[in-house]
Design a protein around this ligand. Structure first.
Ligand code: ADP
Length: 634
């Protein structure tokens, strides 16, 4: 604002300065023109020379008088032609003096005012006398007397002309001097104005330079602030990722103990309480998973784990997990899968399932009666040859047009009342959309309030060959477990109750080394292993595990990653490097870190398999059965 005011004032001064300069130059021009004219007039005056005219008049006056004198005194010798010629020249000189415009000032002089009428009278008489033939010398003698009488007056005319010209020249000189003084002053004024304009321009230039520098500094500050904000944001994402990871470890203990409690003899009220705790725990778990995903997506740390995926078994898996959820709400859930679809596609099965779970889970959550359907078909978009559409349609509450515009925004929930009733974080759709985008696809939605919604996930999925070991690719237990949101754990562990923990292992029982620094987790895994009929040995860090592996033989090692003294990955590498047979033992890494990188790092360190916390009992049992062949008997 202040700057704009300054600018206005500056422009005003500039306009004023320019106008003054123009006026000064105009005045100078006028002065120059008049001076020029004066000089020209001066020149003209010199040419016609007043003095010369007056002098010539006087001379011709004297010549004629002399000729007349000769004629009067010696008439015999007189040359009348000469007399007449002299007279004519004299008269013409008088006329010249009188008719010339430059002699106006001269004719007004008193000497002229006095002399000219006398000369005129004289000429009148002379004309008459000279017209007589023969000439009358007596009367001409009178004329001569008159000429002699006027002589001094005619002489005075030359002097008057001389003094007039001197005065005029003096006046002209003074005039020129005055004008040139004016021109000098005006030139000085112009110089001052010019200097002022140059100064103003320099100030303006300086100010512009200052402004440019200020702007540059501002841009730099903004860049710094943006960088700081981005680092703060990255820091926040990192903090969230760390926090949710740290929370998962004790949470693993809670869920584990809850599973054991559910398995113990309970009365109806206790069962109800436990179910409530289980519901809250599942909600908290999905919240943690979502926060972890969002922060990983923001930090750019979430990478896709692509490989051959059996599309049909993936969809059957999804259907099997979702159907009980729909049945709980007395809704029908059907999956309509186009038979012509490729069996094997190149994809990240975990992330596809995560999106489908979220969409179907939402469909079930926001539908009170009717049905939820999953339709999988080739994309109708002509542009994508390998495009597949996964449409999840429900007959639920629907979404208003205003809600549709904000649907994929973080923490956005259309009706908090419903979400309080059904749980949810408001992160699911944002994560799903981001994942779909990462896979080169997207999610679109159509909805009518009170009629229902249809969410369509479109993905480009390239068909591929079935891998050699086809059974292990899609059905890996760890992939299924990490993503199912709030699904009731379908697993129950048959066999002994908590008391079986104390049951001594039989002579043929597989020996399992549990490497875990968290006592609750050790206890939980110990109970599960005991129920499976294993003999369990515990230690609290990688170094202890390595020492034990050097002394004893085990059938399997369960290895945590983050531990004091020596972490699980170092211990795994060290065990694999041992010279004895123990180097071949199956090592199952068990960690709360669910990132793809953690899995890759574990396998690269030599781990046989990878399980994430919180441990799902069914998944744990399946993995143990897979790696401990003897267990199938239990
Ligand atoms: P949430 O964990 O709350 O389900 P989402 O991001 O998955 O988070 O969904 C955001 C919001 O979008 C939900 O809270 C709900 O209000 C609305 N929404 C999502 N799916 C549906 C649906 N099928 N029918 C009606 N509303 C839905």
């Amino acid at each position: 604002m202040l700057h704009r005011l300054d600018n206005k004032r500056y422009l005003l001064w500039l306009a004023l300065g320019t106008a003054t300069m123009a006026v000064v130059m105009a005045v100078m021009l006028v002065l120059q023109v008049t001076q020029n004219q004066a000089i020209r007039e001066g020149g003209q005056m010199r040419a016609d020379s007043l003095t010369a005219m007056a002098f010539q008049f006087e001379r011709e006056f004297l010549r004629f008088r002399q000729t007349l004198d000769v004629a009067v005194r010696t008439p015999a010798q007189s040359d009348l032609d000469e007399l007449s010629l002299r007279y004519d020249i004299f008269v013409s000189r008088l006329n010249l003096l009188r008719d010339n415009p430059s002699t106006d000032a001269l004719l007004k002089r008193p000497e002229f005012v006095k002399a000219l009428p006398l000369v005129d009278q004289l000429i009148e008489r002379t004309d008459i006398e000279l017209a007589k033939t023969p000439l009358n010398m007596a009367t001409l003698g009178d004329v001569l007397k008159d000429f002699n009488a006027v002589g001094p007056d005619v002489q005075a005319l030359s002097l008057a002309a001389d003094s007039l010209v001197t005065r005029l020249v003096e006046q002209q000189k003074n005039d020129l001097l005055r004008k040139s003084e004016h021109i000098i002053w005006l030139t000085l004024a112009q110089l001052v104005l010019l200097l002022a304009a140059a100064g103003a321009l320099a100030i303006r230039q300086r100010r512009q330079e200052d402004e440019r520098q200020a702007l540059e500094k501002l841009t730099q500050d903004l860049r710094d602030a943006k960088f700081e904000a981005e680092s703060a944001n990255r820091g926040k994402s990192q903090f969230l990722a760390n926090m949710s990871h740290e929370l998962r470890t004790p949470f693993n203990g809670i869920l584990g103990m809850l599973s054991l409690l559910e398995d113990s003899p309970l009365n109806t009220q206790q069962t109800d309480y436990i179910q409530t705790v289980r519901g809250s725990a599942n909600h908290l778990m999905s919240l943690l998973n979502d926060i972890l995903d969002v922060s990983a997506l923001e930090a750019g740390k979430l990478t896709l784990k692509e490989g051959p995926v059996n599309l049909h078994s993936l969809l059957l898996n999804v259907e099997a997990l979702m159907r009980p959820l729909a049945a709980d709400k007395k809704l029908s859930f059907t999956a309509d899968i186009q038979s012509a679809l490729a069996q094997w596609v190149h994809a990240d099965s975990t992330r596809i399932k995560q999106i489908l779970f979220n969409l179907i889970n939402n469909g079930i959550k926001f539908t009170t009666q009717g049905n939820v359907t999953l339709t999988v078909r080739r994309s109708q978009d002509a542009g994508s040859a390998n495009g597949l559409e996964f449409e999840v349609r429900d007959t639920g509450i629907g979404i208003s047009p205003k809600g549709m515009t904000r649907l994929f925004q973080r923490f956005y929930q259309l009706d908090s009342g419903i979400d309080r009733k059904f749980g949810g974080t408001g992160l699911g759709l944002e994560i799903s959309q981001s994942l779909a985008n990462m896979m080169g696809g997207g999610i679109t939605v159509q909805s009518t309030v009170g009629v229902g919604s249809a969410f369509t996930l479109t993905l480009p999925l390239t068909p591929c060959e079935a891998p050699a070991d086809a059974t292990t690719v899609e059905t890996q237990p760890s992939e299924v477990s990490t993503t199912a949101p709030e699904t009731p754990d379908p697993a129950t562990v048959p066999g002994a109750g908590p008391s079986s923990h104390q049951t001594p292992a039989t002579a043929t029982a597989p020996r399992v080394l549990v490497v875990e620094d968290h006592p609750v987790n050790s206890k939980f895994v110990g109970v599960l292993l005991s129920r499976l009929g294993c003999e369990t040995v515990f230690c609290e860090d990688g170094q202890q595990a390595l020492d034990k592996a050097k002394e004893q033989m085990f059938d399997l090692i369960l290895m945590d990653i983050n531990m004091p003294v020596m972490d699980g990955l170092t211990a795994t590498r060290a065990i694999r490097a041992l010279p004895s047979a123990i180097a071949q033992v199956p090592i199952i890494v068990l960690t709360a870190d669910i990132m793809n990188e953690a899995r890759d790092q574990a396998l690269a360190a030599g781990a046989t398999d990878f399980l994430t916390k919180p441990v799902q009992i069914a998944q744990f049992r399946a993995t143990m059965q897979h790696h401990l062949k003897d267990l199938s008997k239990h």
